[in-house]
Design a protein around this ligand. Structure first.
Ligand code: SF4
Ligand code: SF4
Length: 123
């Protein structure tokens, strides 16, 4: 069966005002990975919005941890939404959302069926 998703390492999903929010345990995990106290990580790299903590974007509009050469600088501990993409519940549940996601992410295989995409979301 063809792969429904294979990341092309284009970095598009790391661009744009952040939907990348962090759970409490992810804050500690990333801070430890970066070798700094959680308070420093929060102060230097995060912002609070609507009672949640988000990774900030840089002046170029990309996530602060995006590097054009190395891509994600915190790859081993990257947040849940970054690990889950593109198998978000809203995309797995709705074929129109899946089609829309293809415009944003060249890694989603358009010649794969939606059914296969859903099937592979659980793998
Ligand atoms: S937009 Fe898709 S293909 Fe590009 S880096 Fe993100 S997941 Fe990979
Ligand atoms: S944490 Fe990594 S994968 Fe997630 S948006 Fe930032 S650079 Fe991209």
């Amino acid at each position: 069966m063809a792969k429904a998703f294979e990341c092309r390492m284009c970095g598009t999903c790391c661009y744009g005002e952040g939907g990348i929010h962090l759970e409490e345990r992810e804050i500690d995990l990333i801070a430890r990975f970066l070798g700094k106290p959680s308070e420093s990580f929060l102060r230097e790299s995060c912002e609070h919005r609507n009672g949640k903590v988000y990774i900030r974007c840089g002046d170029d509009g990309y996530c602060l941890f995006f590097d054009p050469q190395k891509l994600c600088l915190i790859h081993p501990v990257k947040p849940g939404p970054c690990r889950l993409w593109p198998f978000f519940p809203a995309i797995v549940a709705d074929e129109d959302n899946w089609k829309a996601a293809q415009d944003a992410c060249p890694g989603i295989n358009p010649s794969c069926s939606f059914e296969d995409f859903v099937r592979q979301s659980g793998e």
